[in-house]
Design a protein around this ligand. Structure first.
Ligand SMILES: Cc1ncc(COP(=O)(O)O)c(C=O)c1O
Length: 457
């Protein structure tokens, strides 16, 4: 069957993925729909729906993991064959790792935070988690128990849909607003109007942002920090795309510029730093959770309702929640992250260069989409156009979100609706991770056909 695919195939594909309405379909459902079409037609779908990092993982991590699993300690592992180095007595597989993380890793995390954010955070407050997914989960859970009458989370949207799902399954109340109309100084009034209700314990956002790739300016980070101080709210800053605003080079350890962060404006912060995208380490599910000294030591009698032995936030989170959820992170994976961070901290691996490819793809993809009549929805940070990176957002004149998703599928292109991210705008999120530069020709052919068959009036 050729492109555009016919309605019958699309409706069968929707059925196979249990999709009633494309605008509300989840990322995984869109993936299933794409798989179905590929299987039935032998045509490759241009997949823009899933944020899978498609680049090779950072080598030092793999070597570190092999070392820790085999029990071999030498530096010549690349030349050795597995049989020669296997030493099960020394393998970390046999022992439980500490739930708060192995000591060498915690030190490298603290060093990383100093090198690339210019913040001094003691290793004690740096905790590995099973992906930032688990980081957010344990933070939401513990935070919501901190104060009986102050347990809501505020999402500065658009955002990563699964984090709301986490709050929902944990029964945590939350509110959201779309930041599109509230950039710059307007953010202050908006945050003030919401936070003054007094029952919020946390605010969460990602910057660079999934799904829009907007990045908060210093002015905006300052506003968020000041509001967090005024209302005693903890900011969860999700840095899943650490250093990936390629407009600036954040890659040099200990040198300016540093990755922008709200931590420069408030002590009420928690940072989530995923290794999935920036180190292409998604498969091993490991991330850094960094808690400010002030937040760690926040005391509340209300915590004792759930954590019998702890009245400090940090202790409740680690010895209460993390212990109960997974008892820490797989031992060898912690070594992977340790070796990987060590090479980054020593300037041996430039982590930004490793992922700059996504920026190149975004630039080309945006050129093609706009050439064929599409528009970028979230297009600016202050007066500056948004960076080229992992995601961007699109609309097509005269088409609402559902129609646009449906039409694009007929041309073998999948993406997700902005609606599921908390956006109030019409549009879709495009992800660059699976559209390598070698696919641009196919993308152009399909977009050309799309625009010919859908003329803008
Ligand atoms: C904003 C944001 N936060 C968190 C995550 C999850 O990160 P991890 O793979 O470390 O669990 C993602 C992954 O796509 C993300 O986009």
């Amino acid at each position: 069957m050729s492109i555009p695919f016919d309605d019958k195939l699309i409706s069968e594909a929707k059925k196979s993925a249990a999709i009633k309405n494309l605008e509300t379909a989840s990322i995984r459902q869109i993936k299933k729909l794409g798989d179905f079409i590929e299987e039935k037609t032998n045509e490759k779908i241009l997949r823009m729906e899933m944020g899978i990092p498609g680049l090779p993982p950072v080598k030092e991590g793999i070597i570190g993991q092999v070392k820790s699993l085999t029990g071999y300690q030498g530096d010549d592992i690349e030349e050795k064959k597995l049989g020669e180095i296997l030493n099960p007595r020394e393998s970390v597989a046999k022992t439980y790792p500490d739930i708060y993380g192995i000591e060498p890793l915690k030190k490298e995390m603290s060093r990383f935070i100093k090198n690339f954010l210019n913040l001094k955070i003691e290793p004690d407050y740096c905790i590995p988690t099973v992906g930032s997914m688990m980081g957010a989960f344990v933070v939401f859970l513990t935070m919501s128990k901190l104060y009986e009458k102050k347990n809501k989370i505020l999402f500065i949207d658009p955002g990563f849909p699964v984090q709301k799902q986490q709050c929902e399954i944990l029964g945590i109340p939350y509110e959201t607003f779309d930041v599109y109309e509230f950039r710059g100084e307007k953010l202050k009034k908006k945050l003030d109007s919401i936070l003054k209700n007094g029952n919020f314990v946390g605010i969460i956002y990602s910057s660079p942002n999934n799904p829009t790739w907007i990045t908060f300016t210093e002015e905006e980070l300052k506003i968020i920090g000041e509001m967090a101080n005024q209302y005693n709210v903890i900011v969860i800053e999700d840095l899943a795309y650490f250093g990936m605003d390629f407009r600036k080079d954040y890659s040099k350890p200990g040198e300016e510029p540093y990755q922008p962060t709200v931590a420069n404006y408030t002590e009420n912060f928690i940072l989530l730093i995923s290794s999935s995208k920036v180190f292409s380490y998604a498969g091993e599910r490991v991330a850094m959770l960094t808690i400010s000294e002030k937040v760690w030591n926040t005391e509340s009698d209300d915590l004792k309702r759930y954590y019998r032995n702890f009245d400090k936030f940090g202790n409740a989170l680690v010895y209460g929640t993390l212990y109960a959820v997974s008892s820490g992170v797989s031992h060898s994976t912690q070594y992977a992250l340790y070796y990987l961070l060590k090479s980054v901290n020593e300037g041996k691996h430039n982590f930004v260069e490793g992922v700059r490819e996504y920026g190149k793809r975004a630039k080309k993809m945006k050129e093609l989409f706009t050439k064929y009549g599409f528009q970028i929805v979230y297009d600016k940070d202050g007066d500056e156009p948004i960076a080229d990176g992992f995601y961007f957002t699109l609309t097509y004149p005269g088409m609402n979100t559902g129609k646009l998703l449906e039409e694009l599928i007929r041309y073998g292109i999948t993406a997700i609706s902005l609606k599921i991210t908390g956006s109030e705008r019409e549009g879709i999120r495009a992800c660059t991770s699976l559209i390598g530069l070698d696919k641009m020709e196919t993308l152009e052919e399909r977009l050309k056909l799309f625009s010919e068959n859908n003329p803008i009036v």
